[in-house]
Design a protein around this ligand. Structure first.
Ligand code: 13P
Ligand code: SF4
Length: 299
């Protein structure tokens, strides 16, 4: 199957991009693996005519929004992030009416329709940097409340309005279980994604995006880590650090949508060159603005 994927990819001029949460065997055949910021940026730089995206739909959508001239094919049409739908357009308009100077800051884990209503996008790796650079004092941060609270704590000069979106994978990590894990591995450093609850962040040694967690573990002299994010990152962590040990906290650190993507589906998508990601041009243009602004501010 791997040989066939390589052959089809070369024959059809396709680049395969994958998020760190997909299965290790899919990460292994990808040309680029990264966090959502890296993947969005990389999508604007690749030369191939087609991007085959191994991730959830908002990631493929961002690639298409930023590169309308390229064909974007999804490895699985139904891999969707529930959090991407957890902001209401009516609420955004209501907040804008009540707070005319507000900046609507949209976590990239959101649908194109939500992005189209926003002023700027952010990812977990650039949210603090981007929001800090905005001239607005008032920030309506959508959809994720935990990331918003993490950013708000770092930027006390800003006034945040929160939204009640969440990631079911990251919020499944419970304080009691983390405390138990720390008791079992007292020497371990706790590395956490900012979508986790505040009480988990408070017990962590490092907070960052998936790529930042991986980079931190690589550079650290510590030998044991408790990982508070989706288990897909264990593939890269263990591959790159054979002398280090990584532990999860709970059995629900598993994104069922990311795990829909299999080698077989990658091969099928390459054979059929579908399901293709497409957007109405008017929506694409509107959703492109906050993404481009993010790429500029995050530099
Ligand atoms: P990253 O921005 O760290 O890649 O995270 C994306 C995501 O979906 C987290 O749940
Ligand atoms: Fe969405 Fe959470 Fe899965 Fe990330 S881990 S894609 S935020 S459901």
């Amino acid at each position: 199957m791997i040989e066939e994927i390589k052959r089809l990819k070369a024959e059809k001029d396709v680049v395969i991009m994958a998020h760190y949460y997909v299965d290790g065997e899919v990460q292994k055949i990808a040309d680029y693996v990264g966090d959502s910021y890296f993947l969005a940026k990389k999508a604007t730089e690749v030369e191939q005519q087609t991007i085959l995206f191994c991730g959830v739909s908002f990631m493929g959508e961002s690639a298409k929004i930023l590169n309308p001239g390229k064909r974007v094919v999804m490895a699985d049409a139904f891999a969707d992030c529930p959090m991407a739908h957890m902001a209401a357009i009516d609420k955004i308009r209501e907040v804008r009416a009540a707070h005319p100077d507000v900046a609507v800051v949209c976590y990239v884990n959101s649908t194109a329709e939500i992005k189209a209503e926003s002023d700027v996008c952010v990812t977990s790796s650039n949210a603090v940097r981007v929001v800090e650079k905005l001239p607005n004092k008032e920030i309506f941060f959508i959809p994720d409340e935990n990331l918003a609270r993490y950013v708000a704590k770092k930027l006390p000069e800003k006034a945040f309005i929160f939204n009640d979106g969440f990631c079911h994978v990251h919020t499944s990590i419970e304080k009691d279980n983390l405390v138990k894990a720390k008791e079992l591995h007292p020497e371990a450093l706790v590395l956490t994604h900012p979508e986790c609850k505040e009480e988990i962040i408070a017990l962590s040694d490092f907070v960052g995006s998936t790529s930042e967690i991986i980079d931190f573990a690589k550079k650290s002299t510590a030998k044991t880590f408790i990982i508070c994010t989706e288990i897909g990152v264990f593939y890269e962590l263990e591959l790159e650090n054979p002398d280090k040990k990584f532990f999860a906290v709970g059995h629900r650190q598993f994104c069922p949508n990311m795990k829909r993507i299999t080698l077989e589906k990658v091969k099928l998508a390459l054979e059929d060159m579908e399901p293709e990601m497409n957007l109405e041009e008017e929506l694409r243009v509107k959703a492109n603005k906050p993404l481009v602004r993010m790429l500029e501010l995050a530099k």
